[in-house]
Ligand binder design. Structure first.
Ligand code: FAD
Length: 401
């Protein structure tokens, strides 16, 4: 057991925690990031399949960044990484139907769409659920058959009760930057680049197991038994994890955090020889009423020899062979064509109407205590939504640095 004292501990080495740490370091504070897993990135999870020609990556979590991701782009610019951005080829998501894989427009009812679309100009997202808002602007039938499943695919869960305003928030674009991008090796590379900079201390395999208030700061204990005293603390973990860690010391805060639901997603990536997979290149597959929500393809960064797909399954505990059977049926390949497989358990928040009230309550309870909360459970779940929260909380917590 060792004992340290630092200015800032960040619990969680996903993009929210690493982004916060980067921003704090730019303000002259040296952060220590404690990450439970053996790698940084959290839901930025790019798997490298080994092939005779070198590594081929697939994305088990986030896969696309946009030129509207201002905070991410600023971090990449600070790190001198903007030149390495890779454009993703413009390919479409397609819909899995009983008749096969079809284009989305071919499945929409155009009469209903034309009748409903004018509501787009009068209906506000605020205070509406996803189903309330989107079913109104595309029509109930189109929503049920096409748009609902597409939105479920975006957040890998039943999106119907999600607040509409938490999806597709408008953010200013940096027009000089590629519109949709990734990077060689996959988006986890961004997390690793942030973590590798000398201005940050990052420990992986360091799960925080206990937090105590002490001497105007916090004593952070890891499962290895290390104790670290910090003047400022950032919780960049899921709300249920933060609730568990703070329940004894900050029960009011923990109660708010506990009320935010999380869902699980069972993700499976497969590597295939390109010549064995006959389906035309696509960005991904949306699967209404199937065992999986969506499949994300590596096709937007094409490769002559291999194709890769990540299927995001509902948390129904299907075993891996049953998942692979379904994957092979959908892709029209044989089980023996699958060269390699990688599984990953993902989690995302299931936000509900009134979430903004919970966040206000949380911020009120934090007051001027030297603790901050960040993550993908504030204004939305995207990488940039997470970094927007990190930026505003870093501004507050590190104001006098
Ligand atoms: C399948 C999928 C696809 C997605 N696609 C996109 C996309 O294309 N574009 C986009 O913008 N967004 C996408 N997202 C959303 C986005 O990737 C995530 O919301 C975002 O990366 C979350 O970052 P985070 O740091 O808040 O949380 P996480 O990435 O979950 O990080 C939290 C970290 O905390 C660690 N941790 C947990 N408990 C402890 C503990 N006790 N002590 C220390 N560490 C702990 C975890 O190991 C984890 O690394 C996708 C998400 C998923 C799941």
């Amino acid at each position: 057991m060792s004992s340290d004292s630092v200015d800032l501990v960040v619990v969680g080495g996903g993009i929210s925690g690493l982004g916060f740490a980067h921003m704090a370091a730019r303000k002259g504070i040296r952060p220590l990031v404690l990450e439970a897993g053996q790698r940084v990135g959290g839901a930025l999870c790019s798997h490298q399949f080994s092939t005779p020609e070198g590594d081929f990556w697939t994305e088990l979590g986030a896969h696309t960044c946009y030129n509207s991701y201002g905070n991410l782009l600023q971090i990449l610019e600070d790190l001198g990484c903007l030149d390495g951005l890779l454009a993703k080829e413009k390919l479409s998501y397609r819909l899995l139907t009983p008749q096969g894989i079809k284009s989305i427009p071919s499945q929409l009812g155009f009469v209903e769409l034309i009748r409903s679309l004018p509501r787009l100009f009068s209906l506000k997202k605020q205070g509406q659920t996803v189903v309330g808002y989107f079913a109104a602007i595309v029509g109930a039938h189109n929503y049920r058959r096409v748009v609902g499943p597409a939105l479920d695919a975006v957040i890998c869960q039943d999106a119907s009760q999600f607040p509409a305003e938490a999806l597709f928030r408008k953010k200013p674009r940096r027009k000089e930057i590629i519109r949709n991008f990734t990077v060689a090796g996959g988006v986890e590379t961004f997390a690793r680049k942030i973590a590798q900079q000398p201005a940050l201390d990052v420990r992986t395999g360091a799960a925080v197991s206990e937090i105590r208030r002490e001497d105007g700061g916090y004593q952070v204990i890891t499962s290895e038994g290390d104790a670290i005293f910090t003047r400022k603390l950032v919780m960049a973990v899921a709300p249920d994890v933060a609730a568990r860690l703070l329940a004894a010391q900050m029960p009011d805060l923990a109660e708010v955090l506990e009320s935010i639901e999380m869902v699980q997603i069972e993700s499976v990536s497969v590597l295939l020889p390109a010549q064995k997979c006959g389906i035309e290149p696509l960005a991904g597959i949306i699967a209404p009423e199937d065992r999986f929500f969506s499949a994300v393809s590596r096709d937007p960064v094409p490769d002559d020899r291999y194709r890769g797909f990540s299927f995001h399954f509902r948390p129904e505990g299907l075993d891996i062979e049953a998942k692979l059977l379904r994957i092979c049926q959908v892709l029209g390949v044989q089980r023996e064509d699958v060269m390699a497989v990688k599984e990953q358990l993902n989690r995302l928040p299931a936000l509900r109407l009134g979430h903004d009230v919970l966040v206000s309550r949380l911020d009120q309870l934090i007051g001027n205590q030297p603790i901050a909360f960040t993550g993908n459970w504030f204004s939305g779940v995207s990488i940039e939504d997470s970094l927007i929260r990190s930026a505003s909380e870093c501004g507050r917590l590190c104001r006098n640095a």
